[in-house]
Write a protein that binds this ligand. Structure first.
Ligand code: PLP
Length: 392
């Protein structure tokens, strides 16, 4: 019997990277050496102190709950650490009912719409953007209204361009700064405008803050919760994944508006049982040590960022150095007619290098490609020398 996929899966946009994946597999099968710069999953290990705390907690025979469901016996230390972190980092005070532990943030991003949207409801998501926003809406039976992130607007959402009819019907608006894939950052005034928009239109502002700690050159990313009164209309998804090299650990949190936090907790109560308790202890330790850990990780990415940007610029394909994230978002060179798919194909065919075509992130991603900095310097150097050879 061939199982028929549910409509909700069939409704998802075609996976634009599928063709690229197939080509990579073909090349590798022929024995050709392919360098991928496509994946945003840190290559660097989780810092030792965090691993030590995980081991301590999981071995702690005096803790009768160490093996139990992480949602039923949460490590109070994690919530405390989140509160302390928000206090130190942003001067934001969070109440207990304004925080929920999540399994990374993808989990929560996909599930929140199920707690808030009814079939046919609308939600607003940026394009180019993280695909999970749309997937969450679709799984909840809702519909995504896409707003463009344009270079002429510094890749910030233009709230004034959102039609009145959409404002009336939408339940959630997603924003994400520092942004994947555009690497754009947003000033606090932008978040203040987002909060105002949410309040005026009765829309929950959902800020995906996955890269708030991956910053360079002294830049510090603000939190939307720094805006006075933000917790009336906004929530923020924080994740330890990119900040602490902990993608596989599945720990994060949703903070802010208590009723939205409640909605997510009701969904989660019914479909998952939370994060391993020992991982929560370790995540608490990580947050407590943030100020010590971030500079060490970020210095490695900064060197890689400079290596990639300097090589591209020297080859006549200039790209601005991003202040944040673990990516480079570069314009497709003119000789490829701005077509990111054509460029990515050529790079793979002629240079054996994989970059992510911007079109894969939606229609307004066209004209750009993304390089991930999650590869060792030597790999980046070799890839860049091959890319640059194509510029000649
Ligand atoms: C990586 C990423 C996330 C979430 O990753 P988790 O590991 O689930 O925390 C969320 N949003 C964006 C934009 C990302 O790039």
């Amino acid at each position: 019997m061939e199982i028929q996929l549910a409509n909700r899966l069939q409704k998802l946009p075609p996976y634009l990277f599928a063709a690229l994946r197939r080509k990579i597999a073909e090349k590798k099968a022929k024995g050709e050496q392919v360098i991928s710069l496509g994946i945003g999953d840190p290559d660097l290990p989780t810092p030792d102190a965090i691993i030590d705390e995980l081991c301590r907690a999981v071995k702690d025979a005096n803790d009768p709950n160490r093996h139990r469901y992480g949602c039923d016996v949460p490590a109070g230390e994690f919530k405390e650490a989140v509160k302390n972190f928000y206090k130190r980092r942003y001067k934001v005070t969070l109440a207990d009912d304004q925080i929920i532990t999540t399994m990374g943030s993808k989990d929560a991003i996909a599930k929140l719409p199920m707690g808030i949207m009814n079939p046919g409801d609308l939600a607003i998501a940026p394009v180019p953007g993280y695909p999970t926003y749309n997937i969450g809406h679709t799984f909840a039976g809702g519909v995504t209204f896409q707003v463009p992130l344009l270079r002429e607007n510094k890749f910030l959402v233009d709230f004034d361009a959102i039609p009145l009819e959409v404002r009336r019907l939408a339940k959630i608006l997603w924003i994400n700064y520092p942004n994947n894939p555009t690497t754009a950052v947003a000033p606090l005034e932008f978040f203040a405008r987002a909060v105002e928009f949410g309040r005026q239109n009765n829309i929950l502002i959902a800020h995906d803050s996955a890269y708030s700690e991956n910053t360079y050159d002294g830049y510090k990313a603000p939190s939307i919760l720094e805006v006075p009164g933000a917790d009336e209309v906004a929530v923020e998804f924080f994740s330890l994944s990119k900040a602490f090299n902990m993608t596989g650990w599945r720990v994060g949190c949703l903070c802010g508006n208590a009723s939205a936090v409640k909605a997510l907790s009701l969904v989660k109560d019914n479909v998952d049982n939370g994060t391993l308790r020992a991982a929560q202890f370790a995540a608490a330790k990580a947050l407590d040590m943030g100020e010590e850990i971030f500079p060490q990780i970020n210095e490695i990415y900064r060197v890689r960022r400079d290596l990639v940007c300097d090589a591209l610029s020297a080859a006549g394909w200039p790209v601005e150095k991003p202040k944040a994230t673990i990516y480079i978002w570069a314009p497709v060179p003119e000789k490829f007619g701005g077509k990111s798919g054509v460029f990515a194909d050529e790079l793979l065919d002629k240079a054996g290098v994989v970059v992510t075509p911007g079109l894969g992130y939606g229609q307004w991603g066209e004209g750009f490609y993304r390089i991930s900095l999650t590869y060792p310097d030597a790999v980046l150097k070799e890839a860049l020398s091959r890319i640059v050879a194509m510029a000649q």
